[in-house]
Design a protein around this ligand. Structure first.
Ligand code: SF4
Length: 343
């Protein structure tokens, strides 16, 4: 079944959000949709998410939208793919079992959208001025799947058009959703790289519940490429499973069948192998107690990390096999594409 565009089950609104036109517009929209709206003093402290236990609360939080004002206007860095993360939203309605938001968002898995877009974009302008004449890259999907909620807010669309007018900055983001139609006519001026996260069908079906199907993502990629956006794919997380080589080959075959020939000159690929940390494993098993995800430390190689939290990656020979296999497919089907990195 095709993934439907996200509709929140419950909406919270910060009073301050109603001082902004987007806040008022969203309130009006959700009232017309007959969605329950509650007040919250702060988007950082939403209480009373319904549910009898932690698991239910987690599920309900992921379909709760909080309309707030972004107070912290200091942007986080976002190396290596961009200089800064531009904060348009936090949280996601998807249920990817390996999603890192589970550890970073902890007890606040609800989705937050920020209505003070002008202030956020002004801040982006300041960061660009600071780095001039160098180009500054902004990543819009560090803390959410921004495309997946943008049909409600159009914040991303406005941000794309903002960068379309800027000489010193560009935008990028990645999505697992195919709801891109409203972005096709945005005046992007080629300044936004539209990336899709893709994976072998088996991995999407088993571990990425609540997101768009592979074929739908790739159809959406063809649409945005036809609309002139520079295109990219993040193959992540690359996950070893029975028949993985044919699974990833099939993924490339669908790409090859679907993408128009004339957009293939400027495509980027990023490859990220599956990895986990001990704290992440705990959270995954709590949020998805029936998970089939293989999280066995003994089968993996330990890679030391910052702050003493190392991660478990595949063994060196497995990594080589993944890299050789996927590079070969990519070069076979898309000889002009650019590999950004494998990690
Ligand atoms: Fe996390 Fe992305 Fe999946 Fe959303 S779509 S749950 S942000 S991995």
């Amino acid at each position: 079944m095709q993934q439907k565009p996200f509709t929140p089950q419950l909406v919270y609104i910060e009073p301050a959000a109603l001082e902004y036109p987007l806040g008022v517009k969203l309130k009006d929209k959700f009232e017309k949709m007959n969605i329950e709206i509650r007040n919250t003093t702060s988007h950082n402290q939403v209480r009373n998410i319904p549910g009898d236990n932690d698991l239910q609360k987690y599920r309900n939080a992921k379909s709760t939208l909080v309309v707030g004002v972004r107070k912290t206007l200091k942007f986080d860095t976002s190396k290596p793919s961009a200089e800064y993360a531009i904060p348009l939203a936090t949280g996601c309605m998807g249920h990817c079992q390996y999603c890192y938001l589970q550890t970073t968002m902890g007890s606040k898995p609800y989705i937050r959208t920020y209505v003070n877009l002008e202030e956020i974009l002004d801040t982006a302008s300041k960061y660009m001025e600071e780095r001039a004449p160098d180009i500054t890259r902004f990543e819009a999907a560090c803390t959410s799947d921004i495309v997946g909620i943008d049909h409600l807010t159009h914040s991303l669309k406005k941000t794309i058009e903002f960068f379309g007018k800027k000489d010193l900055g560009n935008l990028r983001f990645v999505t697992k959703y195919h709801h891109v139609d409203h972005l096709l006519d945005a005046d992007h001026q080629g300044k936004t790289r539209f990336r899709f996260s893709i994976n072998a069908d088996y991995v999407i079906k088993n571990f990425e519940h609540g997101t768009s199907r592979l074929k739908d993502r790739i159809d959406a990629a063809a649409k945005v490429a036809r609309a002139g956006y520079p295109l990219g794919f993040i193959v992540a997380p690359i996950y070893l499973h029975e028949g993985w080589k044919s699974g990833y080959k099939e993924m490339f075959e669908i790409l090859d069948e679907t993408l128009p020939d004339d957009v293939r000159k400027d495509i980027t690929f990023e490859f990220i192998q599956h990895r986990f940390t001990k704290p992440a494993k705990k959270v995954i098993q709590k949020n998805y107690p029936m998970t089939k995800l293989e999280l066995n430390e003994e089968k993996r190689k330990y890679k030391w990390g910052k702050y003493g939290i190392g991660k478990y990656v595949y063994q060196t020979d497995e990594q080589e096999d993944i890299k050789d296999t996927l590079y070969q497919y990519m070069e076979g089907y898309f000889p002009d594409a650019k590999i950004e990195y494998f990690t």
